[in-house]
Design a protein around this ligand. Sequence first.
Ligand SMILES: [Zn+2]
Length: 413
Amino acid sequence: MPTTPPNCQYCGTALTNTLVDLGLSPLSNSYVPLDRAQTPDNTYPLHARVCGSCFLVQVDDVVPADEIFNQDYAYFSSFSQSWLDHCQAFANASSARFGLGDSSLVVEIASNDGYLLQYFMEKGIKVLGVEPSASVATVAQSKGVDTRVEFFTDAFAKQLRSEGLAPDLICSANVLAHVPDIGDFVAGVASLLSDNGVYTVEFPHLLNLINLVQFDTIYHEHYTYLSLVAVERIFRDNGLRVFDVEEIPTHGGSLRVYACLDDASHVETDGVAAVRAKEAAAKLDTLEGYQGFETHVEALRDGLLAYLKEAKASGRKVAGYGAAAKGNTLLNYSVVGPDLISYVVDKNPAKQDTLLPGSRIPVHAVDKLYEDRPDDIIILPWNIRDEVIAQLDDLRRQGTRFVTAVPHIEIFE
Ligand SMILES: [Zn+2]
């Protein structure tokens, strides 16, 4: 039955162009407690589309917001050492570049457990975190990181400004995709920023999602998938000017964008033109750049199933590492269950002794790998592959193989 397409969450244009339709899927972070094992998952369409007007890629907004935000599980940024190292390096570099000192203020939006702001505090710089999840904000406060438990909106930004706050640096990493109203969020950044202040935002680069078939980063909690072309349009509309862009390796290839108010003094670097040119070469400023993606996704799924079925037929036991949201999109779209991957391990105690949503694969502590000695370990968060292989090097030396599925099956012995 034909249905009317939804409208772009930013500019309101009808979304008539599909990037990929992943069918019905449960929420990626809705881990199932064992006492609810008999209760079926709520599932929702997972359909990514591109706006033909502003080129914002977005998933259909079909999940009630309170279902997304009321999930039991809390994400703690401090669980990955490579991520902490990345944050410390950023705090050092940005403090030096923008001359931040003890009279400066750094605000982080979605400051989580204080994983980033702690490094600015160590330098004597004043900090304020804004974090909507009370459970992780409490951890930040216990570390001495001043944190407000709020969603960041333009109204809240104006309230902070009226309290006399005017940050020299506002940072946000991997939050822009999670906000349901990107226009209001960006307006809030412009309302809060000091006259010559800097806003830095990191997000997985849509160019890599498309080129490297990272379709597993698509899930309901991720409302948007960002290119520089879409971000510059939204920033420009809200009085912000992009003056630098860095390509960084996190999350399979991200952009770190630096922006300021239109009449601030920051000079545009060559990095901006370089990324604009890459996106133009990939035709991300036309609908042509978004066609054909679904075919690549189907090929990836077929490759994963062929590998898992061959492993099962030859008696090799496959376990998973990392109960990540992206793993759930991959497993549910590919219809992989415990018959093909016996269990998944995760370092986060909040996820242990649960079942993955949809696939219902059990989640155990990492120790299980040492008791069980699987033949192959498929690393679901492929972006931390090297860290995981190094951490489990003793298993590798005893013959366990490591596998990643994106952009295609790769086996590391
Ligand atoms: Zn649009």
